[in-house]
Design a protein around this ligand. Structure first.
Ligand SMILES: *[C@@H]1O[C@H](CO)[C@@H](O)[C@H](O)[C@H]1NC(C)=O
Ligand SMILES: *[C@@H]1O[C@H](CO)[C@@H](O)[C@H](O)[C@H]1NC(C)=O
Ligand SMILES: *[C@@H]1O[C@H](CO)[C@@H](O)[C@H](O)[C@H]1NC(C)=O
Ligand SMILES: *[C@@H]1O[C@H](CO)[C@@H](O)[C@H](O)[C@H]1NC(C)=O
Ligand SMILES: *[C@@H]1O[C@H](CO)[C@@H](O)[C@H](O)[C@H]1NC(C)=O
Ligand SMILES: *[C@@H]1O[C@H](CO)[C@@H](O)[C@H](O)[C@H]1NC(C)=O
Ligand SMILES: *[C@@H]1O[C@H](CO)[C@@H](O)[C@H](O)[C@H]1NC(C)=O
Ligand SMILES: [Zn+2]
Length: 664
């Protein structure tokens, strides 16, 4: 009796450990099925299946008897009999693979460098699909009698197309708190009432999406982009695959994205991708790449260029429009052996390297625009502190010139719409436009730059609606504005920067912070050329350096100093480390020198802020807008967009087949 209860406690304890250090995300048992339990699918969406059986060689789960080479896998439609998957999909039994992998069971094991070793046997079914809506039970049987069951749902989604075009705006890392702060910076109020609205404030439908990842409750942008574009939750750093335990970043089980399905079902549909990030970054990459490692940049650019033809996965031909930054991934180098500019232009793309060339590019041809190396300079640097654009040696052709004729999100998005409309005005198009540096500047605690990006997104949404109206496409276009995750940002008052600067002691400096009644009113709309404008239209602060600034911050951060003033000399670096990084990050001695020291709350190896748990808003207008009200999961954005575009492919009487035979 006693022994039994101790065993129960030990078991619970090891499960607790397995929460943060996992043998394999999505696989608490020794048998793994991917897509895992609770996966949802669009009818007709292509996907791979990965099966693994683990034989832990040592560690707490150690198992004698060696790996299982004889596991079996069946699929049953609810109420029906289990059928071997080979028969169900009418394919040959895939070949058995095997490998070893290691993992740490907890921080102690990691400190002692004592990994647990696991021997895995595995199989993969490639590119299959399920067409008949309903519940399915996928069962892996291993070690004779053990079973891992994955319940899959093929959603019952109407096939009727309701929208010609879809625009998905992603404010990376954007939360309701940030929108509230941006509104305070750029819109005047009288006695507690705003005189003007943000473009986002005018949307008819507002929802909330939950951003949790498959195996952790905080997501990164790759993982969440995957959920938004494919309807599948996955693991941090993964793009449109479930992460298996093999070391190969390209053999993981893939699933089809909205851009791939849209193009497969409608040969003349248009696809556009716009981002202020480097184009190999996760949020744009999620519309093309399939890899367990978002850092495989060459694979990402290759996927824009040629799709996944080498995996016989898709015939998609790349986007019509691809606009952003990150020239280093297009230039020939050690990391990428190919000159992608040359390849893209040989494939019929016009290549633009500056804003003038972007505006001049013809509308009826494919367009690649890469405007500088790294991420695009922020709105604040492009529009207010332009001296920061000099001496950067970042022109996208790889020369040492400065990129100083830069487009913003609005220029890129409007051009993308014009090209898509010209090329695909009949069949419709899908455009993703990302304000990437809301997130990037939040990470570096540069709140002014982040909120500037958010206001640029709002202005882009406003201008987009105007342009669609002008083109006669507004009523046929579903517009969604959402985020992929949040940061724990908020505003709690104001700061008298003059008073703070005049104090010598850290504890005295904090007296400059006014909260509740002493927070006062926003000074950002006072003075400057735009001071007295109550009109609708473009809204940015009249000034970024008033005496009374916002007292703002995030919930998790490294050591840093804070003086609550705009970083006019360039984007902020709040924490620094020695070259060898041995002792972790400390407050950067050059940053916010007139402020006080704030001790970090993150592990000392984190030099930046991190993402947070919060649900994020979803704004929708246009056909199907009603689908986006309420509280739901990130994957529902994919299913709703797919429903609106009529991408569901149901075939009664044929429950499944292999894509090789049936793909069109
Ligand atoms: C692990 O798997 C490999 C490959 O199948 C095999 O060669 C090896 O003997 C296995 N190791 C153990 C300890 O079972
Ligand atoms: C697996 O099946 C093969 C063929 O049926 C058999 O020879 C082998 O002993 C089995 N292996 C195990 C570990 O059961
Ligand atoms: C896996 O590990 C075992 C034991 O360490 C070793 O004998 C075997 O060769 C390894 N197999 C592979 C495929 O690396
Ligand atoms: C498991 O075996 C490996 C290789 O033999 C060893 O390095 C590691 O420390 C062992 N881990 C545990 C938890 O015993
Ligand atoms: C913009 O690009 C065009 C075409 O490459 C080039 O001729 C022009 O000099 C560029 N302008 C600037 C300001 O870099
Ligand atoms: C650019 O660098 C040069 C040489 O280091 C310097 O003389 C010049 O002032 C810098 N220009 C700007 C705008 O920072
Ligand atoms: C920051 O933490 C250090 C110890 O790590 C402590 O000595 C110091 O007083 C703290 N400073 C503040 C402002 O809390
Ligand atoms: Zn981020």
């Amino acid at each position: 009796m006693r022994a039994a209860s101790i065993a129960v406690i030990a078991c619970l304890f090891s499960r607790t450990i397995a929460q943060t250090f996992q043998r394999l995300g999505g696989c608490p048992e020794l048998g793994c099925v991917f897509p895992p339990d609770q996966a949802d699918f669009l009818p007709g969406q292509y996907f791979d299946i990965r099966l693994e059986v683990h034989s832990p060689i040592n560690g707490s789960e150690q198992r004698v008897g060696g790996p299982d080479e004889n596991f079996t896998f069946t699929i049953a439609k609810k109420g029906g009999n289990p059928v071997p998957a080979t028969e169900f999909f009418n394919v040959e039994d895939p070949k058995l693979e095997s490998w070893n992998f290691t993992w740490y069971e907890d921080l102690f094991a990691q400190d002692m460098n004592k990994p647990s070793v696991v021997n895995a046997t595995a199989k993969a079914f490639r590119r299959v699909a399920l067409y008949e809506p309903g519940e399915y039970e996928a069962t892996l049987t291993y070690y004779g009698t053990q079973k891992t069951v994955a319940n899959w749902l093929i959603r019952d989604i109407p096939t009727k197309r309701r929208a010609k075009n879809v625009i998905l705006f992603i404010g990376d890392g954007m939360t309701t708190n940030m929108i509230t702060a941006a509104r305070l910076l750029a819109h005047r109020s009288i006695n507690g009432k705003y005189m003007t609205k943000m473009a986002l404030d005018k949307f008819p439908v507002l929802g909330h999406q939950m951003t949790h990842s498959m195996d952790s409750f905080i997501t990164d942008s790759a993982n969440s982009a995957t959920a938004l574009y494919s309807g599948h939750k996955t693991t941090v750093n993964a793009l449109n695959v479930y992460v298996d335990s093999s070391s190969d970043p390209f053999d993981d089980p893939k699933f089809e994205t909205i851009s791939e399905i849209f193009r497969r079902r409608h040969a003349h549909a248009g696809v556009g991708i716009v981002s202020t990030a480097f184009l190999a970054d996760a949020t744009p990459a999620g519309l093309a790449a399939h890899t367990s490692d978002r850092g495989e940049y060459d694979h990402v650019i290759g996927a824009y260029y040629e799709g996944l033809t080498k995996y016989e996965w898709t015939d998609w031909d790349g986007p019509d429009v691809l606009l952003g930054a990150g020239a280093e991934d297009f230039l020939e180098s050690e990391a990428n052996q190919r000159d992608y500019y040359k390849l893209f232009s040989e494939k019929g793309y016009n290549v633009a390297w500056n804003n003038t060339a972007l505006h001049d590019a013809p509308l009826d041809e494919k367009l690649l625009g890469v405007f500088q190396t790294s991420n695009l300079a922020t709105w604040l640097d492009r529009n207010v502190y332009q001296a920061n654009l000099h001496n950067q040696s970042n022109y996208p052709d790889g020369s040492d010139r400065d990129a100083d004729d830069l487009p913003g999100l609005k220029d890129m998005t409007l051009k993308a719409i014009d090209v898509l409309h010209e090329r695909h005005g009949d069949q419709g198009w899908f455009l993703m436009s990302e304000a990437a540096s809301i997130d990037k500047q939040m990470h570096s605690l540069d709140y002014d730059r982040s909120l500037g990006e958010l206001l640029e997104l709002d202005d882009t949404v406003r201008a987009t609606i105007e342009r669609l109206e002008h083109l006669g496409e507004l009523d046929d276009t579903l517009i969604i504005v959402t985020a992929d995750h949040g940061h724990g940002f908020d505003v709690t008052g104001s700061v008298d920067t003059e008073y703070m600067d005049a104090q010598d002691e850290d504890r005295d400096k904090r007296k400059a912070i006014g909260y509740y009644r002493e927070s006062g009113l926003s000074q950002y709309t006072v003075g400057g050329p735009n001071a007295l404008r109550y009109s609708e239209g473009v809204h940015f602060p009249a000034r970024w350096d008033p005496r009374y600034t916002l007292h703002s911050g995030v919930v998790a951060f490294p050591d840093h100093r804070e003086n609550y003033q705009v970083h006019s000399e360039g984007p902020r670096t709040p924490a620094a480390t020695s070259k060898d990084k041995k002792n972790g990050y400390y407050a950067a001695y050059k940053d916010a020198v007139t402020g006080f020291l704030v001790n970090g709350t993150l592990p000392v190896d984190a030099g930046q802020g991190v993402h947070s748990l919060t649900d994020v808003p979803v704004f929708a207008q246009g056909p199907c807008q009603e689908l986006f009200g309420g509280v739901y999961n990130s994957i529902d954005i994919f299913f709703n967009m797919a429903e609106c575009l009529g991408l569901s492919e149901t075939k009664q009487n044929s429950h499944g087949h292999s894509g090789k035979k049936g793909g069109k």
